[in-house]
Design a protein. Structure first.
Length: 431
């Protein structure tokens, strides 16, 4: 909660700074809402005690600034949760995903700012409940300098200072990063670059070893018609203060094809050596701002290799939309091997619009999780089916009724659970 309070003070200062620069360029949307939900098994255990009723009050804020001197995007929310039968403690949770660039001298000098407040699992081996989550904040800021050699060659310099905090303080660290990037515009379709990144992490916990990480890699980005191709290849070297040096490869392949005006396919495969703070700072913004969501990342002060394969298909029509997501991720921790995991996710999210004021959407997903170094061997199959009906009762008011079924089948029968919940939500939006 202390992290949450500190970061919302930072958000307040960001809002004041953004709005004072150019009020005409600032777009602001806020939402206010409340919900009431009934859960069969709020604690996600094999033998639930009883039902639980949860009342939630929430607010959200989106700021978008796109002026000649500043580009910024701030997405923030906060929610207060009240439990009738006190199976969990009442809580206040929130999220912030803020990124901004102050353009001091166009195409030459600018200042970068990023702040991500989210939640991460305390123990990824346990169920994803509120009692197994903690706030985590990743902050980074510093200058960008661009040296334009000629019309095709640029050398970019970056410097950052940052801090990553967790509620339980395990893994807290200060970090400094720098980067030099040589960009070559071969033609209108192709951009090549060579990137050298250096990062130093100093942990406040004396039991966690400080280290520095260097990434050296080449990147090619090619655009042709409706297709975008991206490839990376390089190496990562890690030097510990009191351990042997380690390293490995780094690579990425991404293909994006806009098949029609209304449909898009994206395929991505990547291999990284990273840590929780870096992963949170580079995650898509939409994954960090849901109060009841949490990352599967461990908050340990440990690096891990992350192999990730993703296929995404989207389609929008006059009557609705469809999103299909297939992904596989393998995380291999260097020291805390009990967190090593192989996870495969299949999800389908269709939406049908009955009219301009009402719609029905569904989420059907299944996740297969294999814990590679847990004894005895453990495999979880998590299924989720959710149906949501939305009705716009006014220009700015939306009523939603959602029913959700969640089930886990595990080789460890003590981890099995089933939960049904139904939720009624009222939301007011300024737009």
């Amino acid at each position: 909660m202390l992290i949450l309070w500190r970061r919302y003070k930072v958000l307040y200062l960001v809002i004041l700074s953004v709005s004072s620069l150019d009020a005409n360029a600032l777009e602001m949307t806020y939402t206010l809402g409340s919900s009431i939900a009934r859960h069969d098994n709020i604690n996600l255990v094999a033998n639930p005690v009883s039902e639980e009723w949860v009342t939630t009050l929430n607010g959200g804020l989106i700021l978008i600034e796109n002026s000649p001197s500043l580009t910024a995007n701030v997405n923030a929310n906060i929610a207060a949760l009240y439990y009738k039968n006190k199976q969990q403690q009442d809580a206040t949770v929130g999220g912030i995903n803020a990124i901004a660039r102050w353009i001091i001298k166009p195409r030459q000098f600018e200042w970068f700012f990023s702040d991500v407040l989210s939640q991460t699992a305390i123990d990824p081996l346990q169920s994803n409940t509120l009692t197994n989550r903690q706030d985590t904040n990743s902050f980074l800021t510093g200058p960008n300098y661009f040296w334009r050699i000629d019309s095709r060659h640029n050398i970019n310099f970056e410097a950052r200072v940052g801090k990553v905090n967790f509620t339980n303080s395990v893994g807290n660290n200060d970090r400094t990063t720098s980067a030099v990037r040589w960009l070559y515009q071969a033609n209108r379709s192709t951009t090549n670059s060579i990137n050298w990144e250096v990062e130093n992490l100093n942990f406040t916990d004396a039991n966690v070893t400080d280290y520095s990480r260097q990434n050296l890699y080449a990147r090619i980005n090619y655009i042709r018609a409706r297709n975008t191709y991206t490839a990376e290849a390089g190496v990562t070297n890690i030097k510990y203060a009191s351990q042997a040096q380690q390293g490995g490869q780094r690579y990425l392949v991404s293909i994006q094809n806009q098949r029609t005006r209304n449909s898009n396919i994206q395929f991505t495969y990547s291999h990284r050596i990273t840590d929780t703070g870096t992963a949170l700072l580079t995650a898509p913004s939409t994954t960090q701002t849901t109060p009841n969501a949490t990352s599967i990342l461990s908050p340990a002060g440990d690096i891990y290799t992350d192999d990730r394969l993703t296929f995404i298909y989207t389609r929008n029509t006059t009557t609705g939309s469809l999103l299909v997501n297939l992904s596989n991720s393998i995380q291999d921790y260097r020291t805390q091997n009990n967190f090593d995991v192989d996870s495969t996710v299949v999800s389908i999210l269709p939406r049908y619009n009955f009219s301009q004021i009402s719609s029905l959407s569904m989420e059907a997903s299944q996740t297969l999780t294999k814990y590679k170094n847990v004894t005895p061997k453990r495999t979880d199959t998590d299924s989720r089916l959710r149906v949501i009906y939305n009705y716009n009762s006014g220009r700015n008011v939306v009523l939603s009724l959602a029913a959700t079924h969640m089930k886990r089948d595990s080789t460890d029968v003590a981890r099995n659970y089933e939960n049904n919940n139904i939720m009624l939500t009222f939301t007011y939006s300024s737009r």
